[in-house]
Design a binder for this molecule. Structure first.
Ligand SMILES: [Zn+2]
Length: 238
């Protein structure tokens, strides 16, 4: 309304400049009405093929969305029992695997922009969905696992390592499927596959960060570690 009045009161010879002024006012109105947070990004599936320095390749894939105060990445896995593994055995381990893998990956890092706005990354591992991103064969015993072939005796650390691959992380041990560009090897990393390897690092979430930056248009978004939540040290909770 005000813009119409503004135009009418301008002398004809200044019409062109007034047109530019209207554009500026319009831009200002749009900018002022934008929410403080960037637009929410609806859930979408990211998937592709990882190729390591040693020639190994495997599919990564997960669903991701940004909510007002968090980023949620959901890895849906269909566990297929190989011969010698029963459904009840799968049912018995999957709850422990889910909780264990989420314990390593979820709530550990946040994306932070230049204004200090923070989006913690929640990783949701799902073994019971209708639409899975990955079909994983679960073999009997406790042999060597890879991203698509697990073993019923796998520890939660091993499962967390394989979930890392499905999120787009490379191995970080010599001779493994390491990053062809950085060649990172780190014995303390969850991607090292050593008994001591249990740490997640910002580099493991780089596909999530790249997606966030691309979708929101926020540049210079960084991954920062989140403080560990306080442990419940009550009886029987060690
Ligand atoms: Zn691996």
């Amino acid at each position: 309304m005000t813009m119409t009045v503004y135009r009418r009161t301008r002398p004809a010879k200044r019409k062109q400049r007034a047109g530019a002024g209207r554009l500026i006012v319009l831009f200002w109105i749009i900018a002022a009405t934008l929410p403080a947070h960037p637009p929410l990004c609806a859930a979408e599936t990211l998937s592709g093929t990882m190729r390591a320095a040693n020639g190994y390749s495997w599919p990564y894939g997960f669903e991701i969305e940004s909510q007002e105060d968090r980023i949620v990445a959901r890895v849906a896995v269909n566990l297929i029992p190989a011969g010698g593994v029963t459904r009840p055995e799968i049912d018995r381990v999957k709850e422990r695997w889910e909780e264990g893998a989420e314990g390593y990956w979820s709530g550990k890092f946040a994306i932070v922009d230049q204004q200090g706005r923070r989006w913690p990354i929640i990783v949701d591992v799902v073994f019971t969905g209708r639409r899975a991103h990955h079909d994983i064969i679960v073999r009997p015993g406790g042999g060597r696992s890879d991203s698509l072939n697990w073993n019923i005796m796998d520890s939660t650390t091993t499962v967390a390592h394989e979930i890392g691959h499905l999120l787009g992380a490379y191995d970080e041990y010599a001779g493994g499927a390491v990053d062809p560009e950085s060649g990172t090897v780190d014995a303390g990393s969850i991607m090292a596959g050593t008994p001591a390897g249990d740490k997640t690092h910002a580099r493991h979430y780089r596909r999530l960060r790249a997606w966030f930056m691309g979708r929101t248009g926020i540049e210079a978004a960084e991954l920062v570690p989140l403080p560990a939540p306080e442990k419940d040290m009550g009886p029987g909770k060690y």
